[in-house]
Design a protein around this ligand. Sequence first.
Ligand code: MSP
Length: 510
Amino acid sequence: MRKKFYITTPIYYVNDNPHIGHAYTTLACDVLARFKRLDEHDVMFLTGTDEHGQKVQMAAEKAGISPKDFTNKVSKKFESLARKMGFSNDCFIRTTEARHYESCQKIWQRLMDRGNITLSSYSGWYSVRDEAFFAENELVNGVAPTGAPVEWVEEPSYFFNLSKWQQPLLDFYEKHPDFVAPKSRFNEIKRFVEGGLNDLSISRTTFDWGVPVPNDQEHVMYVWLDALTNYITATNWCDMEENQFDKWWPADLHMVGKDILRFHAVYWPAFLMAAELPMPKRVFAHGWWTNEGQKISKSLGNVINPIALIEEYGLDQIRYFMMREVPFGRDGDFSKAALINRINSDLANDFGNLSQRVLSLIYKNLDGKIPSIPEEPQKEDRDLLNKLKEFPNKVRALINEQSFHEALRIIWDVIAESNRYIDKQAPWSLKKTDLNRMSEVLGILVEVIRCVSLLTQPFMPDASDKLLDQIKVSPEERLFSSLTDINSLSGRIIEKPEGVFPRYLKLKDA
Ligand code: MSP
């Protein structure tokens, strides 16, 4: 039976336009979703928008339109970013959908029926920017630990008995050592829970842009309880006919930024335990980008617009850079020099030149006919062929632990080795002295291009497709199960090759 894989991005606040941070989280999920599909899993890849709460309501007021019209407008921009980045999400959820109201109310009712919610009143600090409550002793110089301003809130509120779930959470973490990654982040989460948990306010009464609390129209649900529930809504949990909860839930991976890990690794599992629903398998927290060494912020005016980047540098180039440049899980810096270096060195020189050289030699000297690999390989041939056999499993293992940068490094090691091989064998000279040997060398190198392009599909779908088209790999031969079909291209006829990784040449101040 085929395995299933359910992967989610955070849903994005629609108070603002999409930026590089949003594109990054979804890109990582897209790579993983594509990888799993090529590895023959049934995949559900979910993204969407988080449309309730004070922050969004205030942004709508500022824009002078109703929250509904405002969220319709901004949500479209996130959908359009997903199309422009080539994201392959199966579903785009909006928290203003009727099915989402139903599932939030169902979760609420389950929490209520099991005695986990009580009505009381909240007095304390609230940060609208973080949409989070803070106790006095959590503030740092009068603001939230994130630097966001806080306001004093006093209002009737329903509370979730989070404190009761401290020990069950710690027991769960103990039993599931891979629940949160990277490890250092998991340790932070454990320390936070060990320090004790306060009951959590889960409703608001001072504004109304949210999901109404069942049987109490004065309250709307706290936006994080509402938002986290989206992961279950998307399975059509409340739909009698289209219900796919049993097929997809629990999620295999919630991908989040480090800033929202606590909501996903503490609150969400506690809500689920309390509602007696299965726990997600894993939460991965990635790091944050800075821009040329500076924190990215609207006030500094250095927000990076992903669409402008794609237009300037190319989509696959940006996708490759973001996944290769920074060890996934760590913070990283976005610098144009580093980006141009990756484009010109890794893509144009290393991979681009290799494929262009090999395919041109076949086109010019062998009438375009792809040669076979040698029947009696020499030592250097065997070394490279063995590498081709081994590296896919290494790449798979690294992808399964979300080490995207390492997976790419392993792929580029094979490219580097192939470049050394081609320089040493010098097939361009062999054409005059030993045509047969030239064919053998090129036969091996076409295999390199095939295997590498198959594995780069999740990272750079367009460029990989173009290369696979050029070496006449049919669409049915592009799953990872074909990686072992060595020599399958022999005899196919290629057309005049075209480079797929142009160098980035910007004429200064032209
Ligand atoms: N709405 C909540 C998530 C609810 S999920 C149930 C939210 N939305 S957000 O729009 O503010 O941010 C979403 C994601 O963008 C987070 O994962 C965050 O880490 C990421 N990023 C925002 N700025 C970023 C960078 N500068 N760099 C990398 N990612 C960053 O939080």
